[in-house]
Design a protein around this ligand. Sequence first.
Ligand SMILES: C[S@@+](CC[C@H](N)C(=O)[O-])C[C@H]1O[C@@H](n2cnc3c(N)ncnc32)[C@H](O)[C@@H]1O
Length: 452
Amino acid sequence: MDTTPLITLSPPAGRALLTWNGKQPPPPLAVPSAIEVERCGVGDQLLIHGENLAALVWLLANGYRQQINLIYIDPPFGSGIDRARRVRLRGPGPARLIPVAEVEYRDTWDDDAYLQFMYERLLALRDLLADDGCIYLHCDFRKAHHLRCLMDEVFGAERMLNEIIWFYPRGGDGERQFNRKHDTILLYARGDRWTFNYDAVLIPYTRRQLARFRQEDERGRYYWNVNPRGERVKTYLRKPGIGAYDVWTIPIDAALARDLGYPTAKPLALLDRIIRASSRPGDLVLDCFAGSGTAAVAAQRLGRRWIACDVNAGAIQIASRRLRHAILEDAPSSVGFSVWRIGDAAPALRGDAHIRVTHHDNGVTITVEAYTNPLLANISQTLPDWRCIVDEILIDPAYDGVIFRPAIVDAPLRRTTQVRGVYTIARASLGASLAIKIVDAAGGEAFTIVSI
Ligand SMILES: C[S@@+](CC[C@H](N)C(=O)[O-])C[C@H]1O[C@@H](n2cnc3c(N)ncnc32)[C@H](O)[C@@H]1O
């Protein structure tokens, strides 16, 4: 059996350690099987569907040990809330939200299980992180104190760089205590060197601050010669702003989370700041609790490479849709990605599609006539059109039977827009068979292969 041992540390004497019932170093872990199932564009970026410890072990066994420059993780917070998706029906008119009966994301833990779960993953992440890499661990008041002890143990207390407070005003009210309106993001370095792009995250001076630098010297440099107390001091304007603080005010992007159908989606602006601050173009960014893929989307837009993983098939569907958009619309020439299924990852729920294929001299026309998902059976009679529940239709006109390479992508991002449902494919681009994938808003999908 092929196994990959994770390196555990013997903590130096005198260091406080957190313990829990059943605390143990992870045993050597079997390297799981992995298959590539889908490809978008050309490139070596990976969207992995599977349990993340298995995925991390697979990465360690496949050449990624100490190759990751930046890790961001946003694991379950131990909130005690098990989340089900809410499907927002597509189409014009007011938004209609339909709750889906099945729980998609469980976040109820006992403390011991949670800590052992995080401990094993943090050890694997440390082994993947480059010597000069950094890790951001996103959590909230429920687990921040425990996770900080774990991070100290795995990375070293002396490697802690920041405890970032992400403050998101608006919404909610605490009538029995203060309003809980921040998350904690712990930032650690792997070694004694790390990337920090001070200039990329500077807070620009306000007009008022800039107006104080009114004197210009003989070399064209501006300086300020009266301080706020009215005393004359000569201070040059050396930088275009002030160094960023460790308290960040960034609004929650509720519209984005609702449109994606992923309630825990973080704002792109948050991930944008993290990636700008702690990586360089071309660096490799890893998020193994990817959810809707915000970290990978931000990395893609900033010209970094990325690896993202999630155990939930619905998350992989949403993340790949966002990433495809980022690649095709923002920068069509940018690096592509492939989707891998690892270990015993459960495939998406099966939807049922009725498809008509019409052959004509110039090629074929594919018409989707109906689509249903058993999870939404209770509302299907009330829907004006099957398009209300379909998020995307993808077609690989020359399917090789192994890797799905969609060349036709009908995946409107806005909820007010529906898929077209009719597609004509020229004979020149057809292979011996074509494959059609339909993904719905409740996490189901239908995959149909047609021989030509
Ligand atoms: C808080 S959400 C992440 C949200 C993400 N940052 C975003 O912007 O959309 C946590 C994610 O971790 C995933 N997850 C939980 N346990 C996992 C595991 N063992 N392996 C892989 N993914 C896991 C869940 O499916 C969920 O999508």
